[in-house]
Design a protein around this ligand. Sequence first.
Ligand SMILES: C[S@@+](CC[C@H](N)C(=O)[O-])C[C@H]1O[C@@H](n2cnc3c(N)ncnc32)[C@H](O)[C@@H]1O
Length: 283
Amino acid sequence: MALLEEHRRFFAQLVVHSAGSTDSPLVAAFSQIAREDFLEAGPWWICAGAGYLRTPDADPRWLYQDVLVGLDPQNRINNGQPSMHALCLAAAAPRAADRVIHVGAGTGYYTAILAHLVGPKGSVLAFERDRTLAKKASASLKRWPNVELRAHSAVTQESDGRALPPADVIYVNAGVAELPTPWLDALKPGGRLVVPLTPDDGYGLLLQITRTGSGRFSARGLGRAGFTPCIGTRDTCASRSLAHALGVEDWRVIRSLVRGDKPDASAWCHGRGWWLSRSPPED
Ligand SMILES: C[S@@+](CC[C@H](N)C(=O)[O-])C[C@H]1O[C@@H](n2cnc3c(N)ncnc32)[C@H](O)[C@@H]1O
């Protein structure tokens, strides 16, 4: 039977290649961060269809499959699917020395992967509003001095009032309906925001938004995915606009995000103060 490290190395290649990437720093991060260090002692609950299956024992090799693992199964809060995160991390492209904001850290597994990718000269500011999960994350992330964990919401009106620092990457792991504009403000020129936009049924669109040098925002869809809600961003109007757009038109037409309250004929869907447009960003 292969050693745990061999399982992890193969798992790393499998999930990164499944996401259509061959990025070696990303493979190295998935190879080196131990998923079991961010979970309760096994056996574990693995997401399967509408429910969960319990692993037969506490052998960590069960975790090195492309599966979601229950963090709080009663509330369907899971450690996310590795290949979906590989796709999103490849799009967010955290580089050495980058400043990252991570929204919805859970118990910190993907926070550690981000911290590994940005290295000791970079930093990760992670938010987790569930205090029980945040406490576990903070214990598991002690080995990463470049991580600061805040046990509260990343949405301004729910947070401690501190403005977000400028960021190269904002990586969001909970479903957003109304995109918080302070996140757009925090993006540095060239900065990338990867965020799941979800209607109220939770099954939405993974979106990559990049701030151009001239302060506009290019946008592109990465694929469909289901997410638990990002508390403080749920909004009936924005959710309806997104659900409608997803129902009537391919998301691959999205080219940019425009700020403003008067969506024009290029709008694919809209929220308050922003819309997704079929036109490329204007210079
Ligand atoms: C799908 S779970 C993902 C957890 C983690 N990223 C993982 O994959 O292991 C989403 C997390 O976002 C958190 N969350 C929801 N709304 C939030 C908000 N406004 N600010 C910070 N965290 C939030 C939830 O408590 C939950 O832990």
